[in-house]
Design a protein around this ligand. Structure first.
Ligand code: A3D
Length: 313
């Protein structure tokens, strides 16, 4: 069988794009194309060169190129999309919808034309509306268009739980489902410390505070840094890309297109998925408490509303 090194297209060479390139290169996950708009082509080329030189020090060797020519996206195996503007302090993700919708449309057209077989991971906010648009514009099957949010939100939730319980983050498992916004749903009934329910080890009061902090996890960093987080968002997306390229069958919370699962239709939202060589191979339907179900319904309604707004733009 002929094996070729995977080609990874990173659309947007900003803060997350650069960190994605650094991580993919270090893991030698594939050859990397850092794509940006013509005004930032030099910037993308510069980052690419810096990262190739970094490999000469660290001892990884993949090809990293910077470009603004859509033809360089040709036959990419994976595309990770961060093209767009990030939040500034005081902004909600939804405030970005008009500007990032246009950008997502342009990116989608490019991917449809040049990388028709790519597994597409969208990171651009507002996440659920942008990944919905990406599927619509590319016409790719739902298995190959997915949004990154749940892995990051779950990591934030796990960190806060670990710090409160004074245990290692390595022993905490938890998922955040629903839309990637204020209505996201940190699922307590499956949050465990090595299998032990967190409610046994952390007081209700503390848990409530952690749930609230998780939902505001992005905003907390935007307020501190003046722009949005990029290390953990990049790592989370690479987790998904690796699961796809390596057929790892990881069960990860991802924004997936729902066609009746959980009772929702024609919507992207965070649910447990299995990611392997078929892309989103499965949407896993888990039982939820009445309270979690109500939160998920509320979150779905908020996402539906935003998708509706975007579809009118
Ligand atoms: P930033 O550092 O500004 O990088 C974005 C890059 O996209 C810039 O270099 C732009 O020039 C480029 N760009 C703009 N238009 C196009 C286009 N048409 N084609 C290609 N590139 C283009 O932002 P960032 O990397 O910090 O964030 C990127 C996006 O991710 C923002 O929308 C953030 O809100 C979002 N984000 C999402 C999460 C999630 O968990 C979903 C987390 C953090 C950030």
């Amino acid at each position: 069988m002929h094996h070729h090194r995977p080609k990874i297209a990173l659309i947007g060479s900003g803060n997350i794009g650069g960190e994605l390139a650094a991580l993919c290169a270090r893991e030698e996950l594939g050859d990397i194309v850092l794509f940006d708009i013509p005004e930032k082509e030099g910037f993308a080329k510069g980052k690419a060169l810096d990262l190739e030189q970094n490999g000469a020090v660290l001892g990884y060797d993949v090809n990293i190129t910077g470009t603004s020519n859509p033809e360089d996206l040709k036959d990419a195996d994976v595309a990770i999309v961060t093209a767009g503007v990030p939040r500034k302090p005081g902004m909600s993700r939804d405030d970005l919808v008009a500007i990032n919708l246009k950008i997502t449309r342009a990116v989608g057209e490019n991917l449809k034309k040049h990388a028709p077989n790519a597994f597409v991971i969208v990171i651009t906010n507002p996440l659920d509306a942008m990944v919905y648009e990406m599927k619509k514009v590319t016409g790719f099957p739902r298995e190959r268009v997915v949004g990154m949010a749940g892995v990051l939100d779950s990591a934030r939730f796990q960190l806060f739980l670990a710090r409160e319980a004074k245990v290692s983050t390595k022993d905490v498992r938890a998922m955040v489902l629903g839309g990637h916004g204020d209505t996201m749903v940190p699922v307590l009934s499956y949050a465990t410390i090595n299998g032990v329910g967190v409610t046994q080890l952390i007081s209700k009061e503390k848990i409530d505070a952690i749930v609230a902090r998780t939902a505001n996890g992005g905003g907390e960093i935007v307020k501190l840094m003046g722009t949005s987080a990029y290390y953990a968002p990049a790592t989370a997306a690479v987790h998904m890309a690796r699961a796809y390229l390596g057929d790892e069958k990881r069960m990860l919370a991802c924004a997936a297109y729902l066609d009746g699962e959980y009772g929702y239709k024609d919507i992207y939202m965070g649910v447990p998925t299995v990611i392997g060589k078929g892309g989103v191979e499965k949407i896993v339907e888990v039982a939820l408490t009445a309270e979690e179900r109500a939160m998920l319904d509320k979150s779905a309604a908020a996402v539906k509303e935003l998708i509706g707004v975007a579809q009118k733009l």
